[in-house]
Design a binder for this molecule. Sequence first.
Ligand SMILES: [Zn+2]
Length: 67
Amino acid sequence: MPIYEFECTKCHHKFDCLLKVDESYAGLSCPSCGKTSPKKLVSSFRTNNWSTFLDKMEKKVSPDKFK
Ligand SMILES: [Zn+2]
């Protein structure tokens, strides 16, 4: 499951969010000011490691999804 990095178009706060591939990010809101439709940034290599880590965690928490 990929993690994307977003930047708020209003206050320029940057935040990471997990998204399913087919999930729209238009409804995401900035955790700082609440503005929706953040700008999607190009993810860095750091994000890949983090994503792998979260995948492992999710397999532990909800193994049914990975059968
Ligand atoms: Zn904001």
